[in-house]
Design a protein around this ligand. Structure first.
Ligand SMILES: NC(=O)c1ccc[n+]([C@@H]2O[C@H](COP(=O)([O-])OP(=O)(O)OC[C@H]3O[C@@H](n4cnc5c(N)ncnc54)[C@H](OP(=O)(O)O)[C@@H]3O)[C@@H](O)[C@H]2O)c1
Length: 268
C-alpha cells in the first residue's frame, strides 16, 4: 500500500456521500459503514428491491438515504442526474464503484464486442465523466473527496479478461492524474485497488481467486484508507505485491507466471 504525499487524517467527516453500485457487494458494505446520524447517503443501483433493502439498513443505522435506480450507461442522462443531485446536496465524498466484468469465454474464443462496449462505457466512460464533473464542482467549493474503485487487475493485463484489466488501468491512471491536478485545492482523490472480494462479479469471473476477502472486510480497509487520504488503497498485501511484480518483471516471465497460475484459460 503506497502512502500519499499528503498523508494525514482528514479533518472533515463526509456528510453527503454518493456511492454508485450500492446494490453490489462492495458498494452495499461501504454504504452500511458510512451510515450514521448526520450523514446523507445517495445510493445508486439498477435493482430497486435491493436498493430499498440497503436503504432500510442504512436508515436503521441513523443515516438519511436517497436512492436512485438508474443505469449509468446513458451518459447524457447520467450527467443531468449528477448535476441535479450535486446542486441540491453538494457531494463531499463520491465513491465511483459501479462496474462490470467480462472474459474471453470458456472456449477462449475472445471477448464479445457488444459486451466490451458496455464494459468500457460503465467502467471507464461513466466513472471518468462522473469523477471529472464532481472534481470541478468540489474544486470550486474547496473541499471533497473522490474514491475511484479500480482493481489489482489494473496493474497487469490478465489473459482471461483483457478489457476488464484495461478498464481498471484506465481508472487508476485517471485517479492518479486527478489527484495531482487537485493537490492543494482541498479535494483529495484516492485510487482503490482491491484483490478478490466475495461478490456476484467475482463469482462469475474465471480463474483462481486467492486470498478472497469479505465485502465487509474490504469496505473497512477502504474506509480507513480514505480517512487517511491514502493515494493508492491496494490490498490484500501479498496479492498487491504479486500484481505489482507482474508489472515490473520482463513480460515473458510475467506471462509464464500467469500461465502456471491458471490465468490464461478460463477454467473455474
Ligand atoms: N469483487 C472483486 O473481487 C473486485 C475486485 C476488484 C475490484 N472490484 C470492483 O469493485 C466494484 C464493485 O464490484 P462488486 O464486487 O461489489 O460487484 P457486484 O456485487 O457485482 O456489484 C456491481 C455493481 O455495479 C452495478 N452496475 C453494474 N452495471 C451497471 C450499470 N450499467 N449501470 C449502473 N450500475 C451498474 C450493479 O448494479 P445492479 O446490481 O443494481 O445492476 C452493482 O451495484 C467494481 O467496480 C469492481 O470492478 C471488485
Amino acid at each position: 500500500m503506497l502512502k500519499g504525499c499528503f498523508n494525514r487524517r482528514d479533518l472533515h467527516q463526509p456528510t453527503e456521500i454518493l456511492i454508485t453500485g450500492a446494490t453490489g457487494a462492495i458498494g452495499g458494505a461501504l454504504a452500511k459503514l458510512y451510515a450514521k446520524p448526520g450523514v446523507t447517503l445517495h445510493l445508486q443501483g439498477r435493482q430497486q428491491d435491493i436498493l430499498q433493502q440497503v436503504s432500510r439498513e442504512c436508515c436503521s443505522l441513523g443515516a438519511d438515504v436517497n436512492i436512485y435506480c438508474i443505469d449509468l450507461l446513458d451518459t447524457t442522462a447520467l450527467l443531468t442526474w449528477l448535476k441535479h443531485i450535486d446542486d441540491l446536496s453538494p457531494i463531499d465524498l463520491f465513491i465511483a464503484n459501479a462496474g462490470m466484468n467480462i472474459n474471453i469465454g470458456c472456449e477462449s474464443l475472445g471477448e464479445n464486442e457488444e459486451e466490451m462496449a458496455q464494459l468500457l462505457d460503465l467502467n471507464v466512460k461513466a466513472t471518468l465523466l462522473m469523477s471529472g464533473y464532481l472534481a470541478k464542482a468540489m474544486r470550486k467549493r474547496g473541499r471533497g473527496k473522490i474514491a475511484l474503485i479500480s482493481s489489482l487487475a489494473g496493474f497487469y493485463g490478465l489473459p482471461i479478461m483483457p478489457s476488464y484489466c484495461a478498464s481498471k488501468a484506465a481508472v487508476k491512471a485517471y485517479g492518479e492524474g486527478l489527484r495531482g491536478w487537485l493537490a492543494g485545492s482541498g479535494v483529495s482523490v484516492c485510487v482503490v485497488m482491491p484483490g478478490n472480494i466475495q461478490s456476484a462479479m467475482c463469482e462469475a469471473m474465471p480463474g483462481p481467486k486467492p486470498l478472497m476477502m469479505t465485502p465487509e472486510s474490504a469496505a473497512r480497509t477502504i474506509v480507513r484508507g480514505l480517512a487517511n487520504n491514502t493515494a493508492r488503497i491496494s490490498f490484500p498485501f501479498p496479492l498487491n505485491l504479486g500484481s505489482w511484480f507482474l508489472m515490473l518483471l520482463p513480460d515473458t516471465v510475467s506471462q509464464k507466471i500467469l500461465q502456471l497460475l491458471g490465468y490464461t484459460r478460463p477454467t473455474k
